[in-house]
Design a protein around this ligand. Structure first.
Ligand SMILES: [Fe+2]
Length: 195
């Protein structure tokens, strides 16, 4: 038996210092209170929660603490893309966007992909017990014709301080968060800059 075209997802500790980690947590919660445009957008598009995705999506350029996070991510994403066998003979794989997500109870994020990016992922800042997972879907799901029932989704359980990396075409969702404590994460995209 050979495994061909397997979907590779990375999960592991990013190794960020406690000081930076805690500062990211504080900044994420602060943004939730001052980013009016983001709060407005989240009301319509991010039920019950707050994301800076549509308002402050290049946080690594705006806050040194997020730039510290980016430095670690650069390293991790480089290793991951090497492991995938991606070759960048021209141009480079570079971060394009980085934003925060604050999910109170019942907040969810329906299935989606990250078009135009190569590698996407999330760094987990606050992970209460009973946290909702990152659910990924088999990319072949739309191709199974008369196949019998099979598992087409997999739940990745986030751990505080972990990063999860996947290729941007991988369909994923966060089901409704079940804890009274807030779930906080930082998501990001890496694009192929070939100009
Ligand atoms: Fe996503």
């Amino acid at each position: 038996m050979k495994s061909l075209f397997a979907t590779q997802v990375f999960q592991g500790p990013l190794g960020l210092s406690k000081k930076i980690h805690d500062e990211i947590m504080n900044t994420a919660l602060k943004l939730n209170g001052i980013d009016e445009e983001g709060v407005r957008w989240s009301k319509k598009n991010y039920p019950n929660g707050y994301t800076s995705y549509a308002s402050l999506s290049r946080l690594h350029e705006q806050f040194s603490v997020f730039n510290e996070l980016k430095k670690k991510l650069d390293h991790s994403v480089k290793n991951y893309s090497k492991g995938l066998g991606l070759k960048f003979d021209t141009g480079a794989l570079e971060i394009s966007t980085l934003w925060v997500n604050v999910m109170p109870k019942n907040c969810y994020h329906a299935f989606h992909i990250h078009p135009l990016s190569v590698v996407s992922g999330t760094y987990y800042v606050s992970v209460p017990g009973n946290v909702s997972p990152l659910r990924v879907q088999d990319p072949r799901a739309g191709l199974f014709m008369t196949s019998p029932a099979r598992k087409i989704q997999h739940d990745l359980k986030p751990k505080k301080g972990d990063v999860i990396l996947f290729e941007s075409w991988l369909n994923h969702e966060v089901p409704p968060h079940q804890s009274d404590e807030v779930r906080v994460s930082v998501s990001f995209n890496y694009d192929w800059n070939n100009r």
